[in-house]
Ligand binder design. Sequence first.
Ligand SMILES: C[S@@+](CC[C@H](N)C(=O)[O-])C[C@H]1O[C@@H](n2cnc3c(N)ncnc32)[C@H](O)[C@@H]1O
Length: 442
Amino acid sequence: MMKIPEWLDLVPHATARDKCIAKTSLNEGSCIFTEPAFTTILLPSEKGQRCDNCFRLPSGKVRLQRCTGCGSYWYCDTQCQAFQWRAHHKRICKGYNTHLSSPEYQALPVHEKNDSILLTHTLAKLSLLTIPYSVEDSPSATVLLSLLPHPQDSVPPPVCPIKPTPQPQLLKRLYARFGNNNFAIHSRLTTVGHGVFPVASRLFNHSCVPNAVAKYVFSSSQSIVMEVVALRDISPEEEVCLPYLDPALHESRRQILEISYGFKCQCPSCLFLQAIGPLPELPIDQTELSFLEKSLRDLVGFVPDLAHTLPERLIEDTPPSLYCMLREGYMAGLSETFSKASHEGQYDVALESGVTLLSLYLLVYPPNYPQTGMHLLELAKTAWNAIITARGLTGDEIQMLKQQLPVFLSLARHILTILGPEDDGVGPLQEIQTLQQLLPDI
Ligand SMILES: C[S@@+](CC[C@H](N)C(=O)[O-])C[C@H]1O[C@@H](n2cnc3c(N)ncnc32)[C@H](O)[C@@H]1O
């Protein structure tokens, strides 16, 4: 029997088999579900930087210790190493490097290489059950194999040799659940690994306007833990949904959801975008674009020196003249302009593009979305640097920034407190606290 918290229920859904609904009111910021990972992999780009077991970055002068058997896994301490050894590594340590250098593995595209290792970890863990591969003896594995399979039949990638050898049919059944059920594990909005969380996969459907998000907690000698947090108050009977992908992928998400997950999203944002059809081109003329950017800021109505709460907008509020700003390339370009200008000390450009980007986030993301909180923190840091260096700014502008800075910080704090501490607890909330403590000095 799958364990579901008493405040959640699984009920039939018209097209998604089942959906998870709230049985009682769930408060904004409450953790409504937790699950330790069944298996995980650290992304190759993070190898040797983070612990392969708990994903924590080494603190201070501590150096990660390499597995003396294969030399390909790194651990923050012997407890993490022992934890992963018992979980799956003892079954793959010997054959791991041979598998990685095999032509079959080398020929795989990157995402299938990751799947090959995650499938290897999963099979190695199942091989260590009292009766190897007796899936029915493991509640998590039973749920995993009960998940909806990927819409397309796919051949599993080669896996590392494991003794006893698993049945090809088991490989096929497991792999069929990977593409549309596994989760990207992120730290500060950056993906650092992938994980299998069977119960979360069984419970949560997708929405492009989700009312909850998943975050990940990293603790020594434990599995990574997923926590699902309510972004706003959720009413009884309301479905709890997560974003399977970045809701700002306005032009590509429909196709990704259809191909990778096998469904046509019917959320209000998708219905709105579908009614618009292809989004118009952005103007080439810079004056025209600046005019549209001002219209976007006016539409959203964020005034940093007055705002103590963020305006709540819906993508459906977008007038036809601003449809071009919903293009994925526009948000990406604006984000790059903001980061580059902030980094290079062009604070006037950074602050204007930063507030335009914030307005776009408020239009396309649901309230309290973590991206919005992280961006507010970046805006605060930019305002801070602008005040400290006073580069290219008049006295009045600096005065105004001094009023805006605490607003950016308190709004960032509000949103990121709803999300709560993630990874190993050292994160943006600490940065905000430090900056707030230093405010009287500037
Ligand atoms: C992680 S599972 C979600 C749990 C699933 N509803 C179940 O009953 O096991 C992902 C699969 O659920 C379905 N799904 C998820 N979100 C959906 C949505 N918004 N509309 C329709 N189907 C959805 C798709 O088939 C997708 O491949």
